[in-house]
Design a protein. Structure first.
Length: 517
């Protein structure tokens, strides 16, 4: 009986052994030999490749950033408080990636894809590498469609096109983030996906942006990728690339995407810290020599794809902080040369209460003019020149005791232009509202309205034009050029609406346009 039981057990063991097919997997495992803040040095990872993802025994992730003959430099993506010398570290044999998909809309995540908004996990998402090659030249189409910000001074004088890279720069606390957030809010209902990358900001600042988007019903089409100032510099370094990858997912589906990098100054500082700890030679202002390439390979991914590639677009609004209005510093000059234009915010205008504090003379859009709706061209073509002339005249008029009538007229027109270009936050203007107001301005309808009634007059035009002339408004929204008949109808509407507010004009008609206009 005992022999029979032993025989049965032996047979069962043999069957189990035959059924067992182990999947043996060889892993490259190294060991930590040095910890230097956000950088660790490891040995034993001879087969690791550049920017590969590795994992320490405590679960901390890192990026291979330096390949030396005997050691491997790794950038940590976590705090690494529990790391110690001799701890094992293994290769994951894949690059750094981030989840992409439709379910990311309305969520707040970190650059590795972890949710930060307490709304639960995100399942069934694909993962794409954060570093992806920019589209080939032959895959790109010209910038031809406008990206409407709803901000008058930008849409009329510094237009942005879908697929453009438009830099926003200025000193701290001049309204850079406000312009970016207002632009995101204005995309509500326009089938534009927005990605906001918060790099090195305080948690309170990110929470304020999130609260603003929720209050204006703009979170449903927006994704926030946040790497705060309290996060490791490794997370801050990959944050804009992760945000760009998320945007590219929607672009490849044929959708229009707006991405805000707020801001790349802090991104450059985080990369400088990592590079110095990796013992790379410093260059100008202690930044590494490849800082230009770090930003150019990011912004080159913004484009407008050809029709056969889906016709999607990725528009970038990188933000840069200047110091004491120094536009010739290293990082600002780098990014000015990479982007397709810049919007400069002046602290002097901000101090005077001119909001948004856009300095038109130092701002430019190199490709957006081709995407600007046709109705804008005929109306605002001379506005930029006349406004620049006004700023020059204003500076000289302070020292003049007597001014001729032409100069006085130009100064009065310029004051009204500046007043009409002011705009409070969260009050976007549609394209037909902007065309109506600017047409009335260039034709002199505001010249005989008191300065304290300019806002009231503007509000009347913006409020009534769609009700009175809906067909013309629809044509403007479609990008059609105004015919002479439509222009005459708009002029008649402006004259009728503004007549009760005019002053000092016997027949109630505006004066002839100023010759300097």
């Amino acid at each position: 009986m005992l022999k029979q039981i032993v025989k049965q057990n032996e047979n069962a063991f043999d069957r189990a052994l035959e059924a067992y097919h182990p999947e043996l997997r060889a892993e490259d495992v190294g060991r930590v030999i040095e910890i230097n803040g956000p950088i660790i040095q490891a040995t034993g990872l001879a087969n690791a490749f550049f920017e590969e993802l590795v994992e320490c025994r405590d679960g901390t992730l890192g990026i291979v950033a330096s390949l030396m003959p005997r050691t491997t430099g790794i950038i940590l993506l976590g705090k690494g408080h529990t790391l110690g010398a001799g701890m094992e570290i293994r290769r994951l044999e894949r690059p750094v990636d981030v989840p992409v998909g439709q379910s990311l809309l309305g969520r707040v995540i970190d650059p590795t894809g972890k949710p930060m908004d307490n709304k639960g996990p995100m399942n069934h998402l694909a993962r794409w590498p954060v570093e992806r090659p920019a589209p080939e030249i032959m895959e790109r189409a010209p910038v031809s469609a406008p990206l409407e910000t709803g901000i008058k001074v930008i849409d009329t004088l510094i237009p942005i096109g879908k697929g453009q890279r438009q830099l926003i720069l200025g000193d701290r606390q001049t309204g850079k983030t406000a312009i970016a957030v207002d632009t995101i809010i204005n995309q509500r209902g326009k089938n534009v996906v927005c990605v906001y990358a918060a790099i090195g900001q305080r948690e309170s600042a990110v929470a304020k942006v999130l609260q603003t988007l929720e209050a204006h019903d703009a979170l449903s089409h927006t994704i926030l990728v946040a790497a705060g100032c309290q996060d490791p510099p490794g997370l801050q370094y990959i944050a804009p690339y992760a945000a760009c990858t998320i945007g590219e997912y929607f672009m490849n589906q044929g959708r229009d995407v707006l991405i805000v990098y707020d801001d790349l100054t802090r991104h450059a500082r985080a990369y400088r810290e990592l590079s110095l700890l990796l013992e790379r030679p410093p260059g100008r202002e202690a930044f590494p020599g490849d800082i230009f390439y770090v930003h150019s390979r990011l912004l080159e991914r913004s484009t407008h794809l050809r029709a056969e590639k889906g016709n999607g677009s990725l528009t970038a609004l990188p933000v840069i902080e200047t110091e004491a209005q120094n536009l010739s510093a290293y990082i600002p000059t780098n990014l000015i040369s990479i982007t397709d234009g810049q919007i400069y915010l002046s602290p002097d205008f901000f101090a005077k209460g001119v909001l948004p504090a856009v300095d038109v003379g130092k701002s430019v859009s190199r490709v957006g003019g081709k995407a600007q709706p046709s109705a804008f061209h005929a109306i605002t073509g001379s506005l930029r020149l006349s406004y620049s002339q006004f700023e020059e005249l204003e500076s000289f008029a302070r020292f003049a005791s007597r001014l001729d009538n032409t100069t006085k007229s130009a100064l009065e027109r310029g004051k009204r232009v500046r007043k009409l270009l002011e705009q409070p936050r969260f009050s976007p203007f549609s394209d037909f509202q902007q065309v109506t107001v600017m047409l009335a301005l260039t034709q002199g309808f505001f010249d005989f309205i008191a300065m304290d009634k300019i806002e009231e007059a503007e509000a009347l035009l913006a409020l009534q034009v769609n009700n009175r002339l809906p067909e013309i408004c629809r044509n403007i929204a479609k990008g059609a050029c105004l015919t002479q008949e439509e222009t005459d109808e708009l002029l008649g509407f402006c004259r009728e609406t503004l007549d009760p507010l005019t002053k000092g004009q016997p027949d109630g008609n505006p004066a002839d346009p100023d010759p300097t206009d």
